[in-house]
Design a protein around this ligand. Structure first.
Ligand code: SAH
Length: 218
């Protein structure tokens, strides 16, 4: 990344963003602290520097988007991340969500299906030294990462038509998977919890909006 600075101004804007997230209902202290710590503007084009802390999605490379901070916070909260949890993220995009998970203490395995985005992150990920426990993969997230699983948690950051079976199989007993599921008009934030004997519990948490989860790589 090009000599980005994390100034007092950025820090102030970040605190304002966090105050806004609290008003919108985010309660998990560790998640709020992580959002307060990670400079979101480092993950965006420098032209967006001044507006990087608005609670909105922005375009990144290859026609994809960085999710809005509220959504990142909500998914992270629903995932109930614990230190050293092994977490699979489907949809690396800008790697902002992956970084929030790493800041929460997770060992992050993140997979992206668009080679252009994967290469961009490889080239310019800003915090390699700070977060050595993020591993980046190029591939189809529908298949997950069977050789690295099973995972304590799985987070999908693209709208899926249904819960991918292969990913359920890669979830540990008592593990959780958070995914926006297409429900016709809107996507519905959904959490699947795997019981100790493999039974599945499904909870829903309202409408949301993500780019679609697509099959294969490009
Ligand atoms: N987590 C990202 C948000 C990215 S948007 C961030 O913090 O910036 C969703 C991403 O999911 C896009 O980059 C898209 O290319 C990717 N994606 C969609 N379907 C996928 C699949 N089957 N496997 C892996 N990545 C996928």
């Amino acid at each position: 990344m090009d000599n980005r600075e994390d100034s007092y101004k950025h820090k102030g804007l970040r605190q304002r963003l966090v105050d806004g997230l609290i008003k919108k209902g985010i309660q998990n202290k560790a998640v709020l602290e992580a959002i307060n710590k990670v400079p979101r503007h480092f993950f965006l084009d420098s032209a967006l520097d001044k507006i990087a802390y608005q609670d909105r999605a922005f375009d990144i490379h290859c026609g994809q988007t960085i999710s809005m901070p509220y959504t990142v916070a909500k998914q992270s909260e629903l995932l109930e991340v614990k230190r050293m949890d092994k977490v699979l993220e489907v949809g690396t995009g800008s790697a902002y969500q992956a970084t929030i998970l790493a800041e929460l203490g997770a060992q992050v395995y993140t997979i992206e299906r668009q080679e252009g985005l994967y290469k961009e992150v490889q080239k310019s990920y800003p915090f390699r030294k700070r977060y050595p426990f993020i591993k980046f993969f190029f591939g189809d997230g529908y298949k997950g990462l069977p050789t690295y699983g099973p995972f304590d948690k799985i987070i999908i950051t693209a709208g899926a038509p249904s819960v991918p079976e292969d990913l359920i199989a890669q979830l540990k007993p008592n593990g959780m998977l958070v995914v926006p599921i297409d429900g016709g008009d809107a996507q519905i934030m959904t959490r699947i919890t795997k019981g100790p004997k493999g039974g599945l519990k499904k909870e829903t948490f309202g409408d949301c909006s993500f780019v679609p989860m697509l099959k294969g790589t490009e």
